[in-house]
Write a protein of this length. Structure first.
Length: 497
């Protein structure tokens, strides 16, 4: 086994050790779901950054950048703009002090909104977890030479076990380490590769000018197709809301957003730049070379650059650090996106409708079982998509069209009605699922995955506005609670059920 394999194993052992250690501090559901609502600003920045920078960035985004150039940043820019908007919502979200996004949906709409919202999150997030498993399979195949399917199983086992031990408490603790590793690895690699390949002269003489075209040769409909999935996903991102609930106060939540957007812009731009530079070299090598990377394998470019870094100016230590960054990105995102739907099923279905009087011990045990069950489902979903990018666009659209319009309306539009909110969630989810099913048949998709957000989100927003304006306004007491402090979900349920 190579040194890359042993470094990966040591890094994973460190993360698992922290999770086991933190599991001893779990006393109740608040500890497991929202880390006791005691997370400081630095930890919150780290965990928000690590959660967002998943395989969608490391693999799908980097692969897209390698193929089309800087126009890939439209995919990232959707999130950047979304984070800026979130800055103005963060304190209000923390003030409501719930556990999940469906809590908010029931608070503003009704129990049917909670149920539909839970279904949307479970489908989307297990899909996202699935491609973290695939990313882990890529890493282990690269560093140990084991078959990808075995690497996928090993990654799934690690992420499931890590999440089940200590939930949010372990995630926010290790994400400080993960965030530092990711930032250092990427920022060190960029100048080394740039100088080694020839600097400005290499860029101006060797690279295809289309790589620096702001639209990459596509039309603006394509730009909207890749911008809006991440924009709408970010605004409806349940992990983000759950982590705001974990903050120790409103100020911590709001301050964290400032550093989060800075970190995200810097790191995503750096990853895209590294992908463009590295792929231009490895793709040009003789196809018979072990270091050659074909266009169809472009999603592996960052991992490839780490493994064969000495070829492009990255020393062995830098390559090892970059591999650890890849592991950090994959595991931290997998953990967070597995915890959230397990929290939804526990809080929004089991505790709300099946066993409202369940003890804290039973709730934590049930959620751990849900972590295991959803991990298995995520693994099964891997067989339904051809690429990680396809999986990413489908999951992003499910949240962006099915959840975000109704969720934002709860905070920003007093005229939205219960009927409008519920209809919007159902429409966004239904259109996304329908298009995905139709696309799975035949060689050519009905609507390419990078365009499905346009009809799905468009219809969801149209239904939200139309149904709300055609139905009687909700009483002031229904929306006013979003502007009061210390809102309790139980009060809303008792009043409006």
């Amino acid at each position: 086994m190579s040194i890359f394999f042993w470094i990966v194993m040591l890094y994973l052992a460190l993360l698992m050790g922290i999770s086991i250690w933190k599991s001893r501090a779990i006393k109740n559901q608040e500890d497991f779901m929202v880390a006791g609502r005691s997370v400081s600003t630095p930890k919150l920045v780290g965990t928000l950054l690590c959660t967002w920078l998943g395989s969608g960035t490391l693999l799908a985004g980097a692969g897209l950048a390698a193929r089309v150039g800087i126009s890939e940043l439209w995919l990232a820019a959707g999130a950047w703009i979304g984070i800026v908007i979130v800055f103005f919502l963060a304190a209000r979200v923390r003030r409501i002090a719930q556990y999940t996004v469906p809590d908010i949906l029931e608070l503003r709409y009704n129990k049917y909104a909670r149920i539909l919202g839970t279904i949307v999150i479970v489908i989307a997030y297990t899909t996202i977890v699935g491609y973290q498993f695939r990313g882990g399979g890529f890493v282990l195949n690269l560093v140990a030479g084991i078959p990808e399917w075995q690497g996928v199983l090993l990654t799934a086992g690690f992420i499931i076990a890590f999440t089940a031990f200590a939930g949010m408490l372990s995630i926010v603790t290790v994400d400080i380490i993960n965030g530092a590793v990711i930032t250092l690895a990427v920022l060190v690699a960029i100048p080394l590769v740039f100088v080694n390949l020839g600097g400005v002269e290499f860029i101006t003489t060797e690279l295809d000018p289309s790589l620096f075209d702001i639209t990459g040769g596509h039309n603006w409909i394509w730009v909207m197709g890749v911008f809006f999935p991440t924009f709408l996903l970010l605004l409806g991102e349940s992990n983000m809301y759950q982590k705001f609930y974990s903050a120790k106060n409103e100020k911590s939540a709001k301050n964290a957003v400032i550093f989060w957007v800075i970190g995200t812009v810097v790191i995503e731009t750096a990853i895209a730049s590294l992908a463009i530079l590295a792929f231009s070299h490895f793709n040009a090598l003789d196809p018979s070379s072990i270091m050659h990377l074909a266009t169809e394998d472009s999603e592996r470019i960052i991992l490839h650059a780490a493994r064969f870094g000495t070829e492009i100016g990255i020393p062995l230590a830098g390559g090892l650090l970059l591999i650890c960054a890849a592991v950090a990105i994959i595991t931290s995102t997998g953990n967070s996106f597995l915890l959230t739907p397990s929290t939804n099923l526990t809080r929004d279905i089991y505790q709300r409708f099946i066993n409202p009087k369940a003890s804290e011990k039973v709730i934590v045990l049930f959620q751990r079982l849900m972590v295991l069950a959803l991990g298995i489902v995520a693994w099964l979903l891997l067989t339904q998509f051809r690429t990680i990018l396809d999986m990413a666009f489908t999951a992003y659209t499910m949240i962006g069209a099915g959840l975000t319009p109704a969720l934002l309306a709860a905070f920003l539009w007093k005229r939205v009605t219960t009927a409008g909110g519920v209809a919007s969630i159902a429409t966004g989810m239904g259109v996304t699922v329908l298009i995905t099913i139709i696309n799975s048949f035949g060689d050519a998709p009905l609507i390419p995955f990078d365009y499905i957000v346009l009809p799905a989100a468009g219809l969801s927003i149209l239904v939200l506005i139309t149904v709300s304006l055609l139905t009687k306004p909700d009483p002031k007491e229904k929306w006013e609670m979003f502007y009061e402090k210390d809102v309790e979900l139980s009060d809303a349920i008792e009043q409006f059920e």
